[in-house]
Ligand binder design. Structure first.
Ligand SMILES: [Zn+2]
Length: 478
């Protein structure tokens, strides 16, 4: 469908840039063609307008939106949400419409996807991150497992379907044979490079299992493994080669993100210039997997440090296209320019370390909005919606963590064609660090996807498959 968006004369340049971004993003996800110049207006199938009086409207089918959103200072939080119900969708609106008129859907999409409210949060946790408790969703007791931006898009599409009878209700995936894209990623925080450090790590994991996780059975097993390893046995933390070969056998696309510097004690325990580590990374590429950058703990503390980390991999002969921030230690105002400087084509950091769900209200990929330049950033954000460590592993073990992960994934499937990322650390497999059920959950999710038309891909593979759609909608440079 060709859609023309008509602004109101009172809307400023900055206001139009933001609504126009949300409009282009809606078109990219649903497979529409966005038209924004008055010259193109006559070729549109449908108009969406911010004008309120009838005589300004054209003769085409036209959807009138409320003019609800107004730009505000970054330090000002978003207004409190209003409950909103439409058909079977129970959602909220950040800007309440006048009664009887259509909400400002592009304003709603913009609020969520830009994460504008996050810029007003000054509090940081002990690791320098924005705490989930300070998020818009947590402050207003909303549900983190509802992708509010995707709900807004669906309700807008429903309104358009009433005007253009043959329009499809569902978003149209750029790759028709795929129903849902899952970007499969592993952050390599630890490699069993030294014998004594592995022994130490196993002992520490056993203590954590016993004292923090209250899993005496697992703790005993880990302690036994440590003993076995001390006597010359296998190291159960050495999971990466097994994981790689199992994924290769199933022809699953995968991204492995490596820490390339050791500036901080929370960075990795390995050195990427170690021939053993380089050999492992080359082996991954030979198996068709992607090697990307796990931005170090302090990579955003200086403006060009992240770019220099990408350069480290380039000097070793790799071509990193993106990655994720270690410990999810980032704020958007720092990570966006840093990734642009690094020449990244994607990032997969936007998620919460405390919980599974949709940090930007998005179950789709999008270029983050750069408030600094008042335009979309030139890379795709692939939101992180599930990380191994946030899944519950209680007495019911596998069933509990699997059901939680499936619940989030099926919500994403319901609203579109995906473009979200999952994170399983290699040490989540085999029980050496986390309970074994977490690794088993991963394989069960993968087995389930095979039957549902879902495709698990690497981040770079995903970007290759879909970037053109974003380029055509004016969201990414060609
Ligand atoms: Zn990490």
């Amino acid at each position: 469908v060709r859609i023309y968006l008509q602004f109101q004369s009172s809307q400023t340049r900055e206001h139009r840039a933001r609504l126009g971004y949300a409009f282009r993003l809606f078109c990219a996800i649903y497979g529409h063609q966005p038209l924004l110049t008055p010259e193109e207006a006559n070729s549109a199938d449908i108009w969406i307008t911010y004008w309120e009086d009838e005589h300004q409207l054209g003769t085409r089918p036209t959807l009138q939106l409320s003019n609800g959103y107004t730009p505000r200072l970054a330090s000002v939080p978003a207004p409190a949400p209003w409950p909103f119900r439409c058909g079977d969708e129970d959602t909220v609106l950040v800007h309440a419409p006048k009664s009887g008129s259509e909400p400002d859907w592009f304003g709603e999409i913009f609020e969520w996807v830009s994460c504008a409210d996050e810029y007003s949060v000054r509090k940081r946790d002990m690791f320098g991150r924005i705490p989930f408790a300070e998020s818009y969703v947590a402050r207003h007791k909303l549900r983190v497992d509802i992708p509010y931006a995707a709900v807004a898009m669906r309700l807008l599409q429903k309104a358009l379907c009433r005007l253009v009878p043959n329009a499809l209700l569902q978003p149209v995936c750029p790759i028709p044979s795929t129903s849902h894209f899952v970007v499969n990623t592993h952050d390599v925080d630890y490699l069993p490079v030294g014998y004594f450090s592995s022994l130490h790590r196993l002992g520490k994991n056993a203590a954590i299992s016993l004292l923090i996780r209250h899993r005496p059975g697992l703790a005993a097993k880990q302690a036994r493994w440590a003993m076995g390893m001390a006597l010359g046995g296998h190291n159960p933390l050495d999971q990466l080669p097994i994981l790689m070969s199992l994924e290769a056998r199933r022809r699953v696309g995968t991204s492995y993100f490596f820490l390339v510097v050791q500036y901080h004690r929370r960075d990795g325990n390995y050195d990427v210039s170690d021939p053993v580590v380089l050999g492992l990374m080359r082996l991954l590429e030979e198996h068709g997997m992607e090697v990307g950058v796990h931005g170090s703990y302090t990579s955003l503390d200086e403006p060009s440090r992240l770019a220099s980390e990408f350069d480290v991999l380039r000097r070793h002969g790799f071509r990193p296209a993106g990655g994720r921030q270690h410990w999810l230690r980032f704020t958007l105002e720092r990570v966006i320019p840093a990734l642009e400087k690094a020449g990244a084509s994607y990032d997969a950091s936007l998620g919460w370390s405390e919980t599974a769900g949709f940090r930007a209200g998005a179950c789709f990929a999008f270029p983050p909005y750069s408030f600094e330049r008042e335009q979309p950033a030139n890379f795709l954000e692939i939101p992180l919606i599930i990380m191994d460590a946030v899944l519950p592993v209680g007495v019911n073990g596998l069933a509990e963590s699997y059901n939680k992960a499936m619940q989030i994934l099926s919500i994403s499937q319901r609203y579109g064609w995906g473009g979200i990322s999952l994170l399983w650390h290699p040490t989540a497999f085999g029980g050496g660090q986390y309970p074994e059920e977490l690794g088993e959950t991963f394989w069960r999710l993968l087995d389930h996807s095979v039957h549902s038309g879902e495709r698990w891909v690497s981040a770079a593979g995903f970007v290759r498959a879909v970037a053109q759609r974003y380029v055509e909608c004016g969201l990414l440079p060609a």
